[in-house]
Design a protein around this ligand. Structure first.
Ligand code: ASP
Ligand code: MG
Length: 803
């Protein structure tokens, strides 16, 4: 078989957790047989090393549990064995002997007291030795000839039990000698070695990957395949960031750099032995074998595109008065000296007058807790403590000067109101890390992952109100094609029912209201504020006062609002001010372009003029499409009452046309414009001329409509006399010098206002720079299509502000 390739196939504990996973793994080995000579390296069966460690931690009080633990362990192995191999297989006896040895070693009190670590390593080695026996027997079952090997025969190490250092040259020679490629498929224990006295040592947790690397090197393997329980190397730990994506390809350099930054997929030392080789490394998922996984090769050039997040912790943070800091720092270093993995992480001093802070691994802190309090008592001092902190580190191998990667991440967190306890960054911006409480760390990791992710970031949407605008918006959203973001509708509601689905409601089919719950704003608000993994935009298309009054709570939770409802901006001035300050404080955003002139860019224009320092001196014109329609009809001799009835039929006017005729709608629009300009003004301060005859103010809707024709001749008269002067009537508003006046105006027929048709609005803006001729915005100012399109463009604008 000398012509074929050498493949090292390493199976982690999660890939061997039960009989069916072991059989699947054996099939994978079989699959490699055609073109390669496979060599198998195994970890202990999933969870076994943890159980063995538990065993070694028993003390006098708990020792009686050992029998049960060992029996359970043996039973678990034996059951798996019997499922994957035949009872007559000789390894079955070896497995039994192995557990006999475990019992003897466990009871070896003299070894335990003389050299606890050596004793412990012997016990830990049982896991890999047992799984090698089982796996090898499982291969025989598939007619693959195989032998189990204990790597303690050829992996030579020093005597640092628990984390032994490998003697590379001796090991390489012995592997070559023992693993003769012309033989049956070897199944080798990972994780274990032996020192010069032939005592068993272990290479540290997850060390089987490293064993596989050593074997790959010694045998000049062409290919090393590492089977685990995730889709290869991911952009982040999926337990923290469910949206983490797998990285297609990496270089050896990348993977060691990632390991150094705390990313955990394969053991940091795995690649080390084969660094100068052409071996290809493939990380695969036993739980999703079809996924291509991650390919790691020596020379792959990620081309500056590698971005990942590593989360480490938990940490505790100590804060102590200046004058004790140095002493404490010395003590911490001393205590951690015999424990090289737990060095105090930082020693920082903000200024001479501030307390000093240290971050420590929480496990280390637990170990030294007593010493620490004894020390504090002696100094007669106290320290402050934050615990359960995590470090979220964004790493990128991109290095373009001036790219400001950290700046972007920092402002992303700031926008989402996440304030790290500590930020650490490298001068060349290859990484930036944030220390945060667990919950915040999770949110931060999520946000950063969204920002660096290759696929589109997801933005959550909730749409309240499924009337004309809401429904049209849902349709438009479904047709929307964005290239750089994906919207997910997590819920929608009307006054009666609520649909909620955080995985996203499918917009391709009609909404299924059968699955709806009753709308309850207390519970809904609770759900909305708890759904804070992604940016959330709340669209209020209800026109309900109750909903508008919820905005403060939404803004306080950094939920962004987009609305065509005029209500929130036109309540009392103090409410408006409250909204503004919450928006500022919580980095929320509020877009309400469609409250004036529907989709016309009125609000954005005045905001832009103002932000460029162009002082606005006057805003005037027609902001009611219904009114334009009404006067157009009057011009054409249509009676007043009929024009209003038609406007209702066409959906321009409100169901009770008095809402339009009263001028209230126009008043609210001007109030919004004024407040957007920063003018403090209450509704009562506006002068508004109503078109509702005094006598009909308080009658019911039906009577109102019935009596309207009484006024037809009066209106005919009014429009005629204007026309005789070559003028016509328009319902206009004007904001000037902080005052708002609204009412009927007679304007020249050939003026822009006089020419208005359909449901058009016309807004004139005079400013310092536009003081002779105004800036004019004209177009359809009503209608569900234009309004929904305007809402959609506000949604997109919100996203722009966020990213
Ligand atoms: N079984 C050992 C552990 O759980 C080594 C390994 O799985 O790589 O740490
Ligand atoms: Mg508008």
């Amino acid at each position: 078989m000398s012509h074929s390739e050498t493949h090292i196939l390493k199976f982690g504990g999660s890939s061997l957790k039960n009989a069916s996973l072991i059989n699947q793994s054996a099939n994978i080995v079989a699959g490699h047989m055609q073109k390669a000579h496979p060599i198998v390296v195994v970890s202990a069966i999933g969870g076994v090393t943890d159980t063995l460690i538990e065993l070694t931690n028993l003390d006098q009080k708990t020792e009686h549990k050992s029998c049960r633990i060992i029996n359970d362990l043996e039973l678990r192995h034996r059951r798996i064995f019997d499922e994957v191999a035949s009872v007559s297989h000789p390894n079955r006896g070896d497995l039994q002997d192995l557990f006999g040895r475990l019992r003897t070693t466990f009871d070896d009190k003299s070894l335990k007291s003389e050299h606890y670590q050596a004793w412990k390593d012997q016990i830990l080695s049982i896991g890999e030795r047992a799984s090698a026996l089982i796996f090898s027997a499982a291969l025989s079952e598939q007619q693959i000839e195989s032998t189990a090997h204990e790597s303690s025969h050829f992996v030579k190490t020093d005597s640092t039990f628990g984390k032994a250092r490998v003697q590379r040259d001796a090991t390489r020679k012995l592997i070559r000698k023992f693993i003769n490629q012309s033989q049956a498929v070897p199944v080798i224990t990972g994780f274990i070695g032996s020192n010069e006295k032939q005592q068993i040592t272990t290479l540290g947790r997850s060390g089987s990957d490293y064993s596989a690397g050593l074997i790959a090197d010694a045998l000049d393997a062409d290919h090393l395949e590492i089977w685990t329980d995730v889709d290869g190397v991911l952009t982040a730990d999926p337990r923290w960031v469910p949206d983490a994506e797998s990285i297609e390809q990496l270089s050896f350099g990348d993977i060691s750099e990632l390991s150094a930054h705390g990313a955990r997929v394969i053991h940091p030392k795995t690649i080390q032995p084969i660094q100068n080789k052409k071996t290809t490394v493939l990380v695969k998922n036993s739980y999703n074998p079809e996924h291509p996984g991650t390919l790691i090769t020596s020379d792959f050039d990620t081309n500056g595109s590698l971005k990942t997040i590593a989360i480490t912790g938990p940490f505790v943070r100590l804060q102590i008065d200046q004058k004790y800091a140095y002493d404490l720092f010395e003590k911490l270093n001393k205590w951690s000296a015999d424990n090289p993995n737990t060095k105090p992480i930082e020693f920082r001093q903000q200024s001479e007058f501030e307390a000093v802070r240290f971050s420590l691994k929480q496990s280390f802190f637990e170990d030294i807790k007593e010493q620490l309090s004894a020390w504090a008592a002696k100094q007669n001092t106290l320290f402050n403590l934050d615990d359960n902190l995590y470090k979220v580190k964004k790493f990128s191998n991109q290095f373009n000067k001036g790219e400001q990667l950290s700046g972007r991440v920092i402002s992303l967190l700031a926008k989402n109101n996440i304030q790290p306890l500590h930020t650490e960054r490298n001068y060349d911006e290859r990484f930036i890390s944030f220390l945060l409480p667990e919950d915040e760390a999770r949110r931060a990791a999520h946000l950063i992952n969204n920002a660096i992710s290759k696929t589109k970031p997801v933005i959550d949407l909730f749409i309240a109100g499924t009337g004309a605008v809401g429904k049209t918006l849902l349709n438009q959203l479904n047709k929307l094609k964005t290239t750089d973001i994906e919207f997910r509708l997590i819920g929608t509601c009307n006054s009666r029912n609520t649909l909620w689905n955080t995985d996203g409601i499918n917009l391709d089919t009609t909404l299924n209201w059968d699955e709806a719950e009753q709308t309850n704003w207390d519970t809904l608000l609770d759900k909305l504020t708890k759904n804070q993994h992604r940016d959330l935009i709340f669209v209020d298309a209800t026109g309900s006062e109750e909903v508008a009054r919820l905005y403060p709570k939404l803004f306080a939770n950094t939920i962004h609002v987009v609305t065509p409802s005029k209500l929130a901006n036109t309540f009392e001035q103090s409410f408006f001010d409250k909204l503004q300050s919450l928006i500022q404080k919580h980095h929320s955003s509020f877009n309400y372009e469609t409250t004036v002139g529907a989709g016309l860019p009125v609000i954005s224009t005045i905001e832009e003029l103002q932000s460029t320092g162009n002082k606005i001196t006057e805003i005037s014109g027609v902001v009611s499409g219904t009114m334009t329609y009404l006067f157009n009809q009057l011009e054409q001799d249509v009676p007043f009452s009929k024009a209003i009835a038609d406007a209702r039929k066409k959906g321009y006017a409100e169901p009770d046309p008095r809402d339009d005729l009263s001028g209230e709608d126009v008043a609210r629009k001007f109030l919004t414009l004024a407040r957007t300009l920063g003018i403090k003004i209450e509704r009562e301060e506006l002068q508004v001329e109503s078109l509702i005859p005094k006598e009909l103010k308080d009658v019911d809707g039906k009577t109102f409509l019935g009596k309207l024709s009484d006024y037809d001749s009066e209106w005919k008269q009014r429009i005629r006399s204007a026309q005789e002067r070559n003028e016509t009537l328009r319902y206009t508003g004007k904001l000037k010098d902080g005052n708002i006046t609204i009412g009927i105006e007679s304007v020249p027929q050939d003026s822009p206002l006089g020419q208005l048709k359909g449901t058009d609005n016309l807004i004139q803006i005079y400013s310092e720079f536009y003081n002779q001729t105004p800036l004019v915005i004209q177009g359809p100012g009503a209608g569900k299509e234009v309004t929904a399109a305007g809402v959609l463009s506000d949604i997109l604008k919100t996203v722009e502000q966020l990213t």
